[in-house]
Unconditional design. Structure first.
Length: 261
């Protein structure tokens, strides 16, 4: 059975945040405690992470994740990338470098910010001293495989940096990261009715660089998944309040939420 784990469902500040505290979120609801966004996926024999948040160490520990085949990156913002150094312990356990996949812009940022962890495919690996990551640059709308899992990166628009979504097995699972909109070419890559669609909602009203709830529900109506998970929520998004505004098959995420597929 395939599964998706929402290890962290929060936006960049987390909930509670240092500046806003709990904001609109009820502090008595444990589903409002949010670490920065990160996802674990098991499908078609592959074990993947999507992004590495600054909370990745505790996320891996909480979910007993000790091995992955690869990491898929959506974009280069710190809340999605800057836990990358903590992948070193996965290097230690496997004894080999780890493949990471990213669009060209994100790959270049990784090379600039974390030059010490980038290695080539013929490296002599010593994980006691530093992590070892092999960068694989991806092109949107061009499929690649990890084990038997087909992955198509798709272009997302309206975010300050180049953001990529992922369509798995022609649409069985669709993961959309920070954006205002999904490209038409990207939507065309969803060739099945998704079992799971993950969409981001930083704030209910939306922002200049993030979609709001109205736009999110518009995409639900376009894509027509069986289930939609609302991810990447800031302190403006109380769990129960968002849940009350959405249909039964559209639900807010919470940290360590497990969805079996």
């Amino acid at each position: 059975m395939n599964k998706l784990v929402i290890m962290g469902c929060g936006a960049a500040p987390g909930v509670p945040s240092v500046a806003a505290g709990w904001g609109a979120c009820n502090p008595n609801n444990p589903k409002n405690v949010r670490r920065r966004a990160g996802v674990y996926l098991e499908a078609a024999g592959a074990k993947l992470l999507i992004d590495t948040s600054p909370d990745i160490r505790t996320q891996l520990l909480d979910n007993s994740i000790r091995y992955i085949d690869a990491v898929l990156y959506t974009h280069s913002h710190a809340d999605h990338l800057h836990g990358i150094d903590d992948l070193r312990d996965l290097n230690r356990l496997s004894g080999k470098p780890l493949n990471i996949y990213a669009n060209a812009e994100t790959a270049e940022v990784i090379r600039q910010r974390f030059p010490y962890l980038v290695v080539d495919k013929n490296c002599v690996h010593n994980p006691m001293f530093c992590p070892s990551m092999i960068i694989n640059e991806i092109t949107e709308e061009q499929a690649f495989f990890i084990k038997d899992l087909k992955i198509v990166p798709i272009a997302l628009s309206g975010h300050p940096v180049h953001s990529t979504g992922y369509v798995f097995n022609d649409g069985e699972i669709v993961f959309i990261a920070d954006c205002r909109s999904i490209s038409e070419k990207g939507l065309a890559m969803i060739q099945k009715r998704p079992e799971i669609l993950v969409l981001p909602l930083t704030t209910p009203a939306g922002q200049a660089t993030h979609m709001g709830l109205d736009k999110l529900l518009e995409y639900v109506n376009i894509i027509k998944p069986y289930r939609t998970i609302i991810n990447h929520m800031a302190s403006e998004c109380d769990y129960d309040a968002i849940d009350a505004l959405t249909p039964a098959n559209v639900v807010p995420a919470y940290d360590n939420m497990v969805i079996e597929i």
